[in-house]
Write a protein that binds this ligand. Sequence first.
Ligand code: NAD
Ligand code: LMR
Length: 342
Amino acid sequence: QALRSSFARKAQKPNQTQYGLQPQASFKVAILGAAGGIGQPLALLVKMSPLVSALHLYDIANVKGVAADLSHCNTPSQVLDYTGASELANCLKGVNVVVIPAGVPRKPGMTRDDLFNINANIVKTLVEAVADNCPDAFIHIISNPVNSTVPIAAEVLKQKGVYDPKKLFGVTTLDVVRANTFVAQKKNLKLIDVDVPVIGGHAGITILPLLSKTKPSVSFTDEEVKELTVRIQNAGTEVVEAKAGAGSATLSMAYAAARFVESSLRALDGDGDVYECAYVESNLTELPFFASRVKLGRKGVEALISSDLQGLTEYEQKALDALKPELKGSIEKGIAFVQKEA
Ligand code: NAD
Ligand code: LMR
């Protein structure tokens, strides 16, 4: 939807075409982990954005070919490649949005938390470089376990003295994309109309779709609520099992991440009507980080949408109570990881 509405804007600016040499805005986007399963299709989708003037692709290997390939697309943004730690600082200078899908994905039988030992270090190192080189950028964390990697990023930024909680996001857009798809299929609704807020976190029972808040308003039986909730919570595992050892969701994730990038760029560009779900520092519950709908603006999170949490059904309220201990543990694990290394 965000991509579509952004492309629709070109009609309002007849002197600049999406595929002309001039982008409609001059934002710079960096993707860290750009040669990976998510990174490559995400780079392609961001290359299509009329709001981007420069796309910086960073990875520890194989990024030169990805950038050369992508640079032949006749869309406005310039594509630059950066390989290895020595080129990371240059990749980040002057960037408005940094997207981080670097890290290892799950294999069947693993939880997202099983990725902690490898990905925690990767995220910590990359966010240190973000703090040093583009502390004002929006930071989109995709690397799992998101419930812990976002608190890790926050701690790193705090230690560097540049933490702005309004600009740090755990990307949970895929949960919304899945919820919208599954609900539309189940209830025979037009896909484009369906919007389901998903709150909590991004792992198992911490993913809580608020089906009672679905737009357009739609009624579900108790069985439908249970079935849909469990499917949305297990959708990542559904893909991991189907890929049978070859990784986790990459294409749907790239689609979701591109939507979140485009929403961020629209907000940075002054659009006053941008809402997305994201895992952010929050005071909506007693947990320091929590996914909810947020209003995005030029300075990042402008408001947390608290109304979604009011008037929950008994099922949703119980699920919310049940997810809190797990989410709290994952947050504390992330914070402890950075503090013990300090
Ligand atoms: P992948 O293995 O295909 O790609 C990861 C890329 O990261 C590789 O190109 C690798 O070289 C790179 N990389 C590794 N260490 C790096 C470092 N220090 N600096 C820069 N790049 C580095 O994996 P993928 O399928 O793209 O998944 C990436 C991550 O995204 C995983 O942790 C996965 O669990 C997570 N993920 C999150 C969501 C979500 O909804 N938030 C959805 C899907 C996947
Ligand atoms: C997803 O939800 O698809 C991702 O978090 C990847 C995974 O490990 O399931």
